[in-house]
Design a protein around this ligand. Structure first.
Ligand code: FES
Length: 376
């Protein structure tokens, strides 16, 4: 049995601002020791699930799944109720809404249900996609989806615990799941998957309050393996609380806001034998960003891009119709052609040929110099 982690040197609290800009640096520090980590959590590589071309699905049912009304679940079926492509825990759909907006949502239903998908959507303040779903989408509506795709797979096939006590391994391994808010969605199907394979696991599910946390009722059957942590009662969770009893040969799967991912990455920097799989929602922090100017060729506006803001965010203030979906550099929706200037590509998608032709994903990529002219 390995030794439980010492946690004396971890950050004092989850939501503190200390060193948050180091998140990606920490990922880079962890990744070389865990080669399979590259691409996980950033959806840069599509792993583990079959993919299909876009198809139209019908919204069969919608339900509020958080007491504060901020999260709605959608059940999707094919118009003729034919079987849907298979998926595995951690998979997501790209959803095109009736307005044309593209968004990505984790599948949070039962992978064994071959005729229905379930996703859940939190209302994001100022978010056009979530507002459209919450306010204008209704059962019977048609949406277009692409996928399922999986960049956050539960890699359990070779997990010693998956083979039971006679699996030939003397090493005891378990999985620690860490979910923050709507980050519970990809984790939910993982719990059943682990359960069915008799993998030892525990979950901490953190949120602002019980009222804001979806799917609490679906976790009750797991008893004390699930810890519910509410900030309004318990205070922000500490790294030690998030890590729980994790040991050196265990795996940690985390889905939550960037601050939570950062906290776990910082914690695990000193424990390279712990597998770390993560999926973040929200925009990743900008690491080592430098300020520069962007000129919009068609209108002539010159915009200043501060070191801490993305080109997309600034450009959308001048051109609100510029499209985006993931804001993480993997979906390609914000593709823009650069007419003048050199690009520091920070995406996970463009090919060398695309980059050579001046294409750029403005949600994450930046200028190497003082100025870019974009074909906008
Ligand atoms: S919005 Fe997805 S790559 Fe930019």
């Amino acid at each position: 049995m390995s030794t439980p982690l010492g946690l004396k040197d971890v950050p004092a609290d989850l939501y503190g601002k200390r060193k948050h800009e180091r998140a990606l640096t920490l990922m880079a520090a962890v990744a070389p020791r865990l080669p399979w980590l590259a691409g996980l959590g950033v959806r840069g590589r599509e792993l583990g699930s079959p993919t299909v071309d876009a198809q139209q699905l019908i919204v069969r049912a919608m339900a509020l799944v958080a007491v504060d009304d901020d999260v709605v679940s959608l059940h999707l079926r094919a118009p003729d109720n034919t079987p849907l492509p298979r998926w595995w825990p951690g998979a997501h759909l790209q959803v095109q809404l009736p307005s044309g907006l593209l968004r990505h949502y984790s599948l949070c239903g039962d992978p064994a249900d071959t005729r229905s998908y379930r996703i859940a959507v939190r209302r994001v303040p100022g978010g056009a996609g979530s507002a459209e779903i919450h306010e204008r989408l209704a059962p019977g509506a048609t949406i277009t989806v692409a996928g399922p795709r999986n960049a956050f797979p539960l890699i359990a096939a070779n997990h010693p615990a998956a083979h039971g006590s006679n699996g030939g391994s003397t090493q005891s391994r378990s999985i620690r799941f860490v979910a923050g808010g709507i980050g519970i969605t990809p984790i939910l199907p993982m719990l059943d998957y682990a359960e069915q394979r008799e993998i030892r696991w525990s979950l901490i599910y953190a949120g602002r309050s019980r009222e804001s946390m979806p799917f609490l009722n679906e976790l009750e059957r797991f008893g004390d393996r699930v810890t519910i942590h509410c900030d309004d009662v318990d205070g922000p969770p500490t790294p030690a609380q998030l890590a729980g009893e994790i040991e050196e040969a265990d795996a940690l799967y985390c889905c939550g806001p960037p601050s939570m991912i950062h906290t776990m990455a910082e914690l695990l920097t000193d424990y390279p034998t712990i597998e770390f799989h993560f999926e973040r929602f929200g925009t990743p922090p900008i690491i080592d960003g430098k300020a520069f100017d962007v000129e919009l060729f068609r209108g002539g506006e010159v915009l200043h891009i501060p070191a801490h803001r993305s080109v997309l965010d600034v450009v959308r203030e001048a051109r609100p119709n510029v499209r985006y979906a993931c804001k993480q550099g993997f979906c390609g929706t914000c593709l823009t052609r650069t007419l003048v200037g050199n690009v520091e590509h920070r995406d996970h998608r463009l090919t060398p040929a695309q980059r050579q032709h001046g294409e750029m994903l403005i949600c994450v990529s930046r200028a190497t110099g003082d100025r870019l002219i974009l074909d906008l």
